[in-house]
Design a protein around this ligand. Structure first.
Ligand code: GFB
Length: 313
């Protein structure tokens, strides 16, 4: 089966490619940004017409943490809308049999009943700090749903919770919280600094999934004959940001104080997903947060030593 994985250099795409290569029967096709411009509909169409993959898994997206989402909303909406529209439409146009798209837990309404069920999509107002990204991602889900309904193609989506793992972005401002804290605690330990500043009140609660668990879930979803239009993928447990900071601090071995900068945004107060639907199909996560953080710190140290730490805007 020929599969095109877009965004294969990102954290999710690279984990998916590693997982596909461990299974037999997949012919994996990838393209770098220089080789294929996903913002260009004609280029995407021409590429799919030549390659003719059976399956497209879209792991390409502009992503970032609360600060990046809030600071560059025009880029988050435009780039994600373009990627989703071009890939979905050209896949349909070129006879792709199956399309697996990625949503995100942050596209559910702020204040949705917790844990959030799949049905709560589009039932309320979005979290302001990531509204632009959420609108673009919702369009991706809706494109798949409507193409599936009208044209009978198997286009569907997974809704991952907050992710972390190898290949994450460690940019000081634009990254997500887990890599940001890992870098801050590591640098403070190296410098012998007395304290580390974390953003916000520390009270928001987040659910974290190791990206290898997500990759296993995506391969599992690709094998379901009649998958739901979208399905939550998480571990079903959350921690406060303060608790996360303490876990990362202990994995890194920093022994100073944590102080909080409440001038920085908290974002959504809580986003825990209801994962009963995917559990009922036979997938479950296997990497605990504590083990996942320990593994990620080892990989962080290796990448740092090799000058390979991802640190992009
Ligand atoms: O991971 P994060 O940036 O994004 O932040 P979201 C989660 C929480 O961690 C927020 C706090 O309450 C932050 O205030 N935090 C504490 C920090 N210290 C830091 C720090 O040093 N860096 C960062 N980044 N946060 C994103 C969405 O929301 O989640 C995206 O904006 C996406 O669209 C992603 O969906 C999964 O979880 O708030």
């Amino acid at each position: 089966m020929k599969i095109f994985v877009s965004g294969h250099r990102g954290m999710v795409g690279s984990a998916v490619v590693r997982a596909l290569k461990l299974e037999s029967g997949w012919d994996v096709v990838t393209r770098t940004r220089a080789e294929l411009d996903l913002y260009d509909q004609a280029a995407v169409d021409g590429f799919l017409a030549v390659e003719k993959p059976d399956v497209v898994l879209n792991a390409a997206a502009r992503v970032g943490g609360v600060y990046a989402n809030n600071t560059y909303p025009a880029e988050f909406i435009r780039e994600n809308l373009a990627i989703n529209l071009n890939l979905v439409h050209s896949s349909w146009n070129n006879g792709v049999k199956r399309f697996l798209n990625l949503g995100s837990s942050c596209i559910y309404p702020r204040g949705a009943p917790q844990p959030m069920k799949e049905e709560c999509l589009l039932t309320g107002t979005l979290e302001k700090t990531n509204e632009a990204y959420a609108v673009a991602k919702i369009c991706g889900l809706e494109l798949c749903r409507h193409y599936r309904n009208q044209y009978g193609v198997l286009f569907h989506s997974a809704m991952p919770t907050n992710l972390y793992g190898p290949g994450d972005n460690y940019h000081p401002e634009n990254s997500h919280v887990l890599p940001a804290l890992m870098r801050k605690f590591h640098e403070a330990k190296e410098a012998g600094a007395p304290q580390v500043t974390i953003w916000g009140t520390g009270k928001p609660r987040r659910e974290f999934l190791h990206v290898e668990d997500l990759a296993a879930a995506l391969l599992h979803l690709l094998k379901l004959e009649d998958p739901p239009d979208w399905v939550n993928v998480g571990c079903g447990k959350d921690v406060s940001i303060r608790e996360l900071a303490e876990l990362v601090m202990s994995a890194v071995g920093f022994e100073g104080k944590i102080v909080q900068d409440t001038s920085m945004p908290d974002g959504n107060p809580k986003k825990l997903m209801d994962v009963s639907r995917i559990l009922s199909t036979g997938w479950s996560p296997s990497i605990s947060l504590r083990d996942g953080i320990a593994r990620t710190y080892e990989e962080f140290l290796e990448q740092l030593a090799g000058g390979e730490l991802r640190d992009s805007r």
